[in-house]
Design a binder for this molecule. Structure first.
Ligand SMILES: [Zn+2]
Length: 248
């Protein structure tokens, strides 16, 4: 399908929702901590997998190692800029061609590229809180703390305000995301298969007939999509943007 046709679909849509998967992030040069080559390095260096360390159980039992990992691996991500795909997504929003963006990624890349109406289902590493008094702390505070960062008011160990492995996604966020998908004419899945956890949680709420899947890899679940674009998500977004600019 040509960019022009997709552009028409987006122009005619009253509500387009975007599900942002791992693809855009990987295209931006970010390591995929669960599946990529990075996962091996993590086990090698910390003695545990990403899923083991970044879990509620590990946070409860081994805060020292949890925070060492959090600072060395996850917060280093906060220094890397979002790739062009995220800016292209913002460009589509600016032109009224895309609405809310839903993601399970915690690097806050959509927010940092300036996208609006981003629903971070699992939160982002940019929000860190005191679980006791609720005070919020910037990333810099965590980074500069020696060892386990403590609340300056009540000396409780802080924690990232994200959904750790083993925890449930916040109900309010889930409901908001589900409502957006329910309202959607067009649903675009970027860089994820339809059987990914993100789609597993969200597709059930979509009843439209324009499910656009953009993914490099083929997957048996693809057939559920109305339109399949086989390729990079950042290129897809940039092409639509360019097509739209050509038109005006
Ligand atoms: Zn506190």
């Amino acid at each position: 399908m040509r960019e022009k046709n997709i552009l028409q679909i987006l122009e005619n849509s009253s509500h387009t929702v975007v599900l942002s998967g791992a693809g855009l992030m990987a295209e931006s040069g970010y390591p995929l901590l669960r599946d990529g080559a990075e996962s091996y390095d993590i086990e090698e260096k910390y003695g545990y997998s990403f899923e083991e360390i970044f879990s509620s159980g590990f946070y409860a039992a081994r805060k020292d190692l949890f925070f060492r990992f959090y600072k060395e691996v996850l917060l280093s991500i906060a220094e890397k800029p979002p790739g062009e795909g995220f800016y292209a997504l913002k460009g589509l929003q600016d032109r009224g061609l895309a609405g809310p963006v839903i993601t399970r990624r915690i690097a806050g890349l959509e927010d940092r590229a300036g996208c609006r109406d981003v629903i971070n289902l699992k939160g982002t590493i940019f929000h860190n809180i005191c679980p006791s008094c609720g005070r919020e702390y910037p990333v810099e505070y965590i980074r500069q703390a020696k060892g386990v960062p403590l609340c300056a008011d009540c000396m409780t160990a802080l924690r990232p305000d994200v959904c750790l492995f083993g925890e449930m996604i916040d109900n309010g966020r889930m409901t908001r995301a589900a409502q957006e998908v329910e309202r959607a004419d067009v649903l675009i899945v970027l860089g994820a298969s339809l059987s990914s956890p993100l789609c597993g949680q969200m597709l059930q709420y979509y009843s439209g007939s324009n499910l656009i899947l953009v993914n490099e890899e083929e997957h048996y679940s693809d057939q559920r999509a109305d339109i399949i674009i086989r390729g990079r998500s950042d290129r897809f977004l940039s092409d639509i943007l360019a097509e739209s600019d050509k038109q005006y």
